[in-house]
Write a protein that binds this ligand. Structure first.
Ligand SMILES: [Zn+2]
Length: 124
């Protein structure tokens, strides 16, 4: 599903160009000793993942946007569930942020490279 779209690469943590090679060294975002470690090249199409030195510093903007989206989501859902205390909403946000931060970190890098690299179907 979504094969050929950027969403496929992002959700499956696959190479943005071929959608076959894995992007991260870890098998899932909660493998803490490999957290955020990206392969140097794609194993299938040999795309260099670090396009230039410090390339992934721009992914901080993506992390910020994801954090804001999470904050708005948690506050909205909390408000709809009847939580009116700002302290409780903030505590709920911080708790969920701590739990989901490895996923947000992993998503930020793969979203960032997907902004610059497009999918190319390999001719067979
Ligand atoms: Zn590839």
């Amino acid at each position: 599903m979504f094969k050929g779209s950027k969403l496929y690469s992002i959700l499956n943590f696959k190479c943005p160009r071929c959608h076959k090679g894995s992007f991260y060294k870890a098998k899932h975002p909660y493998e803490f000793y490999k957290i955020g470690k990206v392969h140097s090249h794609c194993s299938e199409c040999h795309l260099k993942y670090e396009i230039e030195t410090g390339f992934y510093q721009g992914s901080y903007y993506v992390t910020y946007a994801l954090g804001v989206a999470l904050f708005i989501s948690v506050c909205t859902i909390g408000y709809l569930l009847g939580i009116r205390s700002p302290f409780q909403l903030f505590f709920g946000f911080v708790s969920i942020l701590l739990i989901t931060s490895p996923i947000l970190y992993a998503l930020s890098k793969i979203i960032w490279i997907n902004i610059f690299v497009n999918y190319k179907k390999k001719k067979e």
